[in-house]
Design a protein around this ligand. Structure first.
Ligand SMILES: [Fe+2]
Length: 240
């Protein structure tokens, strides 16, 4: 007998070798950014995420320049591994924001549907490499092998074992200095930080567009330089 598996989800992992040298400056910048935004918008039990607190453009902030360079380099490597011809593609960081998760805080299931590739870098992690500080969990929505819908739900108790063929999620323990890159559309969540210290990470959303003159406009957005913003709308609201 043979069972072969196909269609793997590709998660890129790199432990950045000089992470230690940049940790304190990155942390200093993240704490400063959080303190500058006084109004707390996240719900109780949810991590502080910069993108909903007006801190969604740290890729433009010189304090994050080293990290931005690493994300650019490794995203290209990731896409090359996926077989992409980068010669026909331009890459943009669209958004980048810090995430601070304190005791009891999590990030609910979501995907980054306005981007193509997403990345997360762990700046500071209590008990680095352990599950306690909140795993990044990728959720298997395709469930190719779930032969009857719902079989894999927890309350069915119909599986004798969880293995690679019925796996409904993949969890990565947060690890200091680690960069993880994945398809932005892949649904994921972040488990609760069960430790007393804060976990600090930075998330990135990356977009692909066609290079000028490329023949791929049907499948990629044309270069942003070719776009035209709407003129001011001629249809003014009717005064009350
Ligand atoms: Fe996310």
């Amino acid at each position: 007998m043979a069972i072969e598996t196909h269609f793997p989800l590709a998660i890129y992992i790199e432990d950045l070798p000089d992470a230690q040298n940049h940790q304190s400056k990155l942390l200093e910048a993240v704490w400063a950014l959080e303190s500058e935004e006084a109004q707390k918008r996240n719900f109780e039990g949810r991590a502080w995420t910069g993108d909903i607190h007006g801190v969604g453009q740290v890729h433009q902030d010189p304090r994050f320049a080293w990290l931005v360079g690493q994300v650019e380099q490794h995203t290209q490597q990731y896409l090359r591994e996926l077989g992409l011809a980068l010669e026909g593609v331009d890459l943009y960081i669209q958004r980048a924001w810090p995430v601070i998760s304190r005791f009891g805080e999590e990030v609910g299931p979501h995907s980054h549907l306005t981007a193509h590739v997403s990345a997360v870098y762990y700046v500071s992690v209590p008990y680095s490499g352990s599950d306690e500080s909140g795993c990044l969990v990728f959720l298997n929505d395709s469930r190719q092998n779930e032969v009857s819908p719902g079989l894999g739900l927890e309350n069915t108790e119909l599986f004798t074992e969880w293995n690679g063929l019925n796996q409904d999620q993949a969890a990565y323990a947060p690890t200091e200095g680690r960069l993880i890159i994945f398809p932005a559309k892949q649904r994921h969540a972040v488990a609760t930080n069960e430790t007393d210290d804060a976990r600090v990470s930075v998330s990135f959303d990356i977009l692909l567009t066609a290079k000028p003159g490329a023949a791929s406009y049907e499948f990629l957005a044309p270069p942003p330089a070719m776009w035209k913003a709407f003129s001011e709308s001629p249809c003014q609201p009717v005064p009350e």
